[in-house]
Design a protein around this ligand. Structure first.
Ligand code: ATP
Ligand code: MG
Length: 477
């Protein structure tokens, strides 16, 4: 019975209200009032909302002059279904209001330098902690640019948001209900782990805006915490975490700590004690574990770690990790999407010019449902005239390469269409990392075409060669 009542719960539809730059400094701004007003406006004016929908017509609101944009971002039900349209009477609306801050770092409290010997200039200049105010302009758009199968980002965001909110209940006894506030993303190099952690921090700051008045992303530079002076690494780790604790002192500040390449600091102690490695690394690991045990009592902190050497991580650290998420290289669908967004960006900037092949025809035999599905997509061809739309809409023209779902509907009978060619390339990209895929379109044009600008067809031919070269260089993997 409990299970059926749980399934009857309304899913949450998240709407993000982005405020104009410096909105909070130019006016006495109450984001709670903005959230309330927008929620009210949505309920009175809309029967349903669509994921990714940009809403207009908010100028008449009393806070209209400080609002930059309103966007429907996601729904908790989207984890279980692909539905993109949501009836408001069947969902719980969660409106978040936020302002993006400038990319400049906050002055970070630095751990003291090692007491032994002289550090050289380079080491002095390399900060052990980098602190960014959240939500940050520099992280804007990162979340949307990530393409993962199985909805990994959405699941992580839902989990962390709910856990952070749950663990903020003042009366909760942390000795009974345990949560270490520790997530680990592991997987091959270039699969997007660091980017996902940064994007997740940004999203958390937005989504938990009603719990915290401000946010900070604290990035720990693991390499700089390993000293060449015997016995110093443990002290450096301890000092770095003291600094993190001072940032987290104010409980109304959400603090997302990112420890990249965590295996550097949490090398297996079993190996260190039996091998030739000195006990310094062992002390660093012990210090980190102690620091993490202290941080778990701070309701405003979450620690996100990445590693591409899972096997090298200390078992006591792994035991503390709440969620271990493997992040793999993109599947063909994700590869298509990454390559597609790169190529469309090159088209937008006139590096690639659309050619006739970007046009396609549709088959008149398509079902109304397929047509509706295509129309729902924002990137459906722009050139539908009303007339064509009303009759049989058999000529379509793309100014950019369409998403996979649209390709399936409109271009199934056009093997020469760029989207079809790109799909053929994406299918060959198994084993290539997201990093390589983001690099290859630009690199292909630079290496394998001539002149300032070339056509999309020429760009795709160059990309095909570049993919073959990359697969050859990485041993076909
Ligand atoms: N799944 C993906 N979707 C979109 N872009 C991706 C994806 N994976 C990687 N990228 C892009 O590749 C680049 C490198 O990603 P990132 O640094 O996050 O990888 P990583 O897993 O942390 O790598 P490493 O293990 O080497 O540190 C970024 O520019 C990112 O945008
Ligand atoms: Mg990384």
């Amino acid at each position: 019975m409990a299970a059926s009542s749980a399934t009857l719960q309304k899913p949450t539809l998240n709407v993000e209200v982005r405020l104009r730059n410096n909105a909070s400094s130019t006016a006495f701004l109450r984001t709670d009032l903005i959230r309330e007003e927008v929620t009210d406006w949505l309920c009175k004016n809309f029967l349903s909302l669509k994921i990714d929908q940009e809403l207009t017509g908010f100028d008449s609101l009393s806070h209209g002059d400080v609002i930059e944009s309103i966007r429907v971002v996601d729904s908790s039900s989207a984890l279980d279904s692909d539905a993109s349209i949501h009836r408001l009477d069947e969902t719980h609306l969660a409106v978040q209001a936020y302002e993006l801050h400038d990319a400049e770092d906050d002055p970070a409290p630095r751990p003291a330098k090692p007491s032994v010997g002289e550090e050289n200039e380079d080491e002095e200049e390399s900060p052990q902690l980098r602190i960014t105010r959240l939500p940050s302009k520099s992280l804007n758009g990162l979340w949307d640019a990530l393409v993962f199968e199985d909805g990994i980002p959405a699941k992580l965001l839902k989990y962390t948001t709910r856990m952070m909110a749950m663990m903020r209940r003042p009366s909760l006894d942390m000795a009974v209900v345990s949560w270490n506030r520790l997530l680990l993303l592991h997987g091959p190099p270039g699969s997007g782990k660091t980017t996902l952690c940064r994007a997740l921090s940004q999203k958390l700051a937005i989504r938990l805006g009603h719990h915290f008045t401000q946010g900070r992303l604290v990035e720990v530079n693991s390499q700089t915490l390993l000293s060449r002076w015997f016995g110093e690494s443990g002290k450096l780790v301890a000092k770095a975490f003291e600094s993190i604790c001072s940032v987290a002192e104010d409980e109304s500040t959400l603090v997302c700590v990112l420890i990249d390449e965590v295996e550097t600091l949490t090398g297996s102690r079993e190996k260190a004690s039996t091998g030739s490695e000195c006990g310094d690394a062992l002390r660093a690991t012990n210090q980190l574990l102690t620091a993490l045990d202290r941080l778990r009592y701070r309701s405003n902190v979450i620690v996100l770690c990445t590693s591409n050497l899972f096997g090298a991580i200390d078992s006591a650290f792994l035991d503390r990790v709440d969620i271990k998420q493997h992040v793999s290289n993109p599947c063909p669908k994700a590869a298509y999407e990454i390559l597609r967004t790169c190529i469309n960006e090159l088209i937008r900037c006139n590096v690639l010019t659309p050619d006739d092949e970007l046009c396609g025809t549709t088959n008149k035999g398509h079902t109304a449902a397929a047509a509706a599905a295509a129309e729902e997509d924002e990137e459906t061809p722009h050139s539908f005239s009303d007339e064509a739309h009303m009759s049989d809409w058999d000529v379509v023209e793309y100014r950019s390469i369409p998403p996979l779902a649209v390709m399936d509907i409109h271009l199934w009978d056009r093997p020469d269409a760029p989207a079809r060619k790109l799909w053929g390339i994406a299918e060959r990209c198994a084993g290539l990392s997201g990093r390589a895929l983001r690099r290859l379109p630009g690199q292909a044009i630079a290496l394998h075409t001539h002149g300032e600008s070339c056509t999309v067809a020429e760009g795709l031919a160059a990309l095909s060669v570049a993919v073959d070269e990359e697969l050859g260089a990485t041993g076909g993997q």
